[in-house]
Design a protein around this ligand. Structure first.
Ligand code: TPP
Length: 561
C-alpha cells in the first residue's frame, strides 16, 4: 500500500510518544483521520466538541509529555484554539492538526462551507500563529515531511503548542517515509561557556549572601528539571517554597519544604521566610497578578531567575543555558547555607488539629477537604479547577508521589473535566481525582460521557455552592448566580444503556464517606459526587486573595504626564 502524507504524520506522532490522538471528525479531516486510525500505535479518542477535544489533549500532554488534537476547518479549529491557548500558557506541546479546503479551491475563487464566506483561506493559520510556537500549512505533498518535522521539533523543544494544516485532498497523497526520529527529538544542550559562566556567576552571587532561599515556579516541571532542583536544594540545605502553580514540583514531605508562597495567602508561613531572605533563587517562576496576589507579594529584592533556556542575574544574563543543566552544575559548586531552614524551624506553624464532623451534620468545605486529604496517596493525581478548588487544593499535603495539576495561567473554567479525561488516558493506572465547582462543571460537562464511553475511572468531586463563588468574592452581581442542575442524575443519564458511571450526592459528612468508598470501587467508569455546601462556605484565602486581585483590577488609568 502506498505511503501518504497522513501516514507520515501518523508515524511521526507515534515516534514522538503519542499513543492516543483526540479528534472530532468533519469533512475536511476524514481522510486524515483514516490514516491516523490505521497506524498500529495510535488509538483514536473521540470527543464531544472541539473545545473539550483541545482541553483533553492539554491534559494528555500533562501526563504524557506531548499530545495531538485533530479537528476540521474553522468550525472545529477555532473552538480548539482555546485549549491550544491553554497549552501555550501552561507550556505544553499540544499538536493542533486541522483539515483544510481542497488545494484547488482558493485558485478557482470558490466560496466554501465552514468558512467566513470570503475567498481567503489563510485566516486560520494566521490566527494559529499567535497561539503556537510554529504554524505550518502543507500546500504540496512534497513539502509535508519538512513542514511536519519543523512543527513537531519546535513544539518539543519549546514545550509550546504547534499547528499543522493539511488540505483534505493531500492527506491521502503519496509521500516519502520519515528519517530517524532523533532529528526531531534530540534536545539542544546548553552552550558550554555560557553554562559554566552562569554557574560561576551564581556561586559568586550566593557567596555574598547570608539568607538564600529557593522559589520554584510552574516552568520547572515543563523544563524537566525537578530532579536537578532537588539536587541543588540538598546541596544548599536552604528552605524551598513553591509558587501556587508549581505545587507538587518539590516533594512536600521533604524537610526543606516550607510551603506555597503567594503573599498573604501562603501556606505554612512560607511568606515569612521569602520576605526574610536576602537572595531568592527563582527556578521556572511566573510572577503574575494571581501568583503575587494583585501585586502585593512581588519580592522586592533583586532576583536571580533561571528559566528553561536562560539565566538572568541582577547585572548579567546568560542565554542558551538549560535549566536542568544549570541547576545540576550549580549544585556541584555551591557552599551549603541553611540559614533560612534554621529560621524556619523557629517560626514553622504547629500542625493544626483537624476536627472530624459528625456523620449526620451538613457537609462543610472543611469536612470535604478533610476527607479529600484522606484520599491522597502516592498514586493519586489531584486536578483542581479554577474557583475555590484552587485555594482548597493549596492547603492539602501531598504525599510523596502524589501529583497536583492546576491550570492557573490560562484559568479556563471547565478545563478540569476534559483535561482529567485526557490525563487519565495518558497515565493509566493512576487514580485521578478532580475538584470542580458547579459553575465550571457546566462549561464542559459533556466530556463526562467520554469517560463513560472509554471506561475511564475518574473521581469527580463537584463542589456545589450554588454559583460562581470566586467571582462573588472579586465582584458580585446577579451574573454570578447559575441554574442548579441535578448533577448526579445528569451523569447517570450519560450511561445510556451500557455505561458504568455513578452519580452520587453527599449532603452530610457520612454520605460523603460512603460516596468516596463507592467511587474507589468503580473502576469501569467515572464517579461524580455532588458535594453540597452552603453558598457562603468558602476558604478565607479566597476572600483575601479576591480582595487584592479586585483592587489590582480596579486601578485607575495612569494619567499622562
Ligand atoms: N469564562 C471562562 C472560560 N473562564 C473563566 N475563568 C471565567 C469565565 C471567569 N470565571 C472565573 S471563576 C468563575 C468564572 C465565571 C466561576 C467559577 O465558579 P465555580 O466553578 O462554581 O467555582 P467556585 O468559585 O464556586 O468555587
Amino acid at each position: 500500500q502506498k505511503f501518504t502524507v497522513g501516514d507520515y504524520l501518523a508515524e511521526r506522532l507515534a515516534q514522538i510518544g503519542i499513543r492516543h490522538h483526540f479528534v472530532v471528525p468533519g469533512d475536511y479531516n476524514l481522510i486524515l483521520l483514516d490514516k491516523l486510525q490505521s497506524h498500529p500505535d495510535l488509538t483514536e479518542i473521540g470527543c464531544a466538541n472541539e473545545l473539550n477535544c483541545s482541553m483533553a489533549a492539554e491534559g494528555y500532554a500533562r501526563a504524557n509529555g506531548v499530545s495531538a488534537c485533530v479537528v476540521t476547518f474553522s468550525v472545529g479549529a477555532i473552538s480548539a484554539f482555546n485549549g491550544t491557548g491553554s497549552a501555550y500558557a501552561e507550556n505544553l506541546p499540544l499538536i493542533l492538526i486541522s483539515g483544510s479546503p481542497n488545494t484547488n479551491d482558493a485558485g478557482q475563487f470558490h466560496i466554501l462551507h465552514h468558512t467566513l464566506g470570503t475567498l481567503d483561506y489563510t485566516y486560520q493559520i494566521e490566527m494559529a500563529k499567535k497561539i503556537t510556537c510554529c504554524a505550518v500549512a502543507v500546500n504540496r505533498p512534497e513539502e509535508a515531511p519538512r513542514l511536519i518535522d519543523r512543527a513537531l521539533r519546535a513544539a518539543l523543544l519549546s514545550r509550546k503548542p504547534a499547528y499543522i494544516e493539511i488540505p483534505t485532498n493531500l492527506a491521502g497523497a503519496p509521500c516519502v517515509r520519515p528519517g530517524p526520529v532523533c532529528a526531531i527529538t534530540e534536545p539542544v544542550h546548553s552552550d558550554k561557556a555560557a553554562l559554566s559562566a552562569a554557574a560561576d556567576c551564581a556561586a559568586e552571587y550566593l557567596s555574598g549572601k547570608q539568607k538564600p532561599v529557593i522559589l520554584v515556579g510552574p516552568k520547572l516541571r515543563r523544563a524537566g528539571a525537578e530532579k536537578e532542583l532537588l539536587q541543588l536544594a540538598e546541596a544548599m540545605g536552604c528552605a524551598v517554597a513553591v509558587q501556587p502553580a508549581a505545587k507538587g514540583m518539590f516533594p512536600e514531605d521533604h524537610p526543606q519544604f516550607i510551603g506555597v508562597f503567594w503573599g498573604q495567602v501562603s501556606t505554612l508561613a512560607s511568606d515569612a521566610i521569602i520576605n526574610w531572605a536576602d537572595a531568592i533563587i527563582c527556578a521556572g517562576t511566573m510572577f503574575t497578578d494571581y501568583s503575587t496576589v494583585g501585586w502585593t507579594a512581588m519580592p522586592d529584592i533583586p532576583l536571580m531567575i533561571a528559566e528553561a533556556d536562560h539565566v538572568t542575574f541582577p547585572g548579567a544574563h546568560f542565554s542558551r543555558v538549560r535549566l536542568s543543566e544549570f541547576l545540576a552544575h550549580l549544585a556541584s559548586e555551591v557552599t551549603p547555607n541553611d540559614a533560612t531552614m534554621v529560621e524556619y524551624a523557629r517560626l514553622r506553624p504547629d500542625p493544626s488539629r483537624v476536627h472530624t464532623a459528625a456523620a449526620g451534620d451538613d457537609l462543610t468545605r472543611k469536612e470535604l477537604m478533610r476527607q479529600v486529604q484522606g484520599l491522597l496517596d502516592e498514586n493519586t493525581t489531584l486536578m483542581v479547577e479554577t474557583g475555590d478548588s484552587w485555594f482548597n487544593g493549596m492547603q492539602l499535603q501531598l504525599p510523596r508521589g502524589a501529583q497536583f495539576e492546576i491550570e492557573m495561567q490560562w484559568g479556563h473554567i471547565g478545563w478540569s473535566i476534559p483535561a482529567a479525561f485526557g490525563y487519565a488516558l495518558g497515565a493509566p493506572g493512576r487514580k485521578v481525582v478532580v475538584m470542580v465547582g458547579d459553575g465550571s462543571f457546566q462549561v464542559t460537562a459533556q466530556e463526562v460521557s467520554q469517560m463513560v464511553r472509554y471506561k475511564v475511572p475518574v473521581t469527580i468531586l463537584l463542589v456545589n455552592n450554588r454559583g460562581y463563588t470566586i467571582e462573588v468574592q472579586i465582584h458580585d452581581g446577579t451574573y454570578n448566580r447559575i441554574k442548579n442542575w441535578d448533577y448526579a442524575a445528569l451523569v447517570r443519564a450519560f450511561n445510556g444503556d451500557d455505561g458504568q458511571a455513578q452519580g452520587l450526592t453527599a449532603n452530610t459528612g457520612g454520605e460523603l464517606v460512603k460516596a468516596l468508598k463507592l467511587a474507589g470501587e468503580n473502576q469501569e467508569g467515572p464517579t461524580l459526587v455532588e458535594c453540597a455546601i452552603h453558598q457562603d462556605d468558602c476558604s478565607k484565602e479566597l476572600i483575601t486573595w479576591g480582595h487584592y486581585v479586585a483592587k489590582a483590577n480596579a486601578r485607575p488609568p495612569v494619567k499622562a504626564a
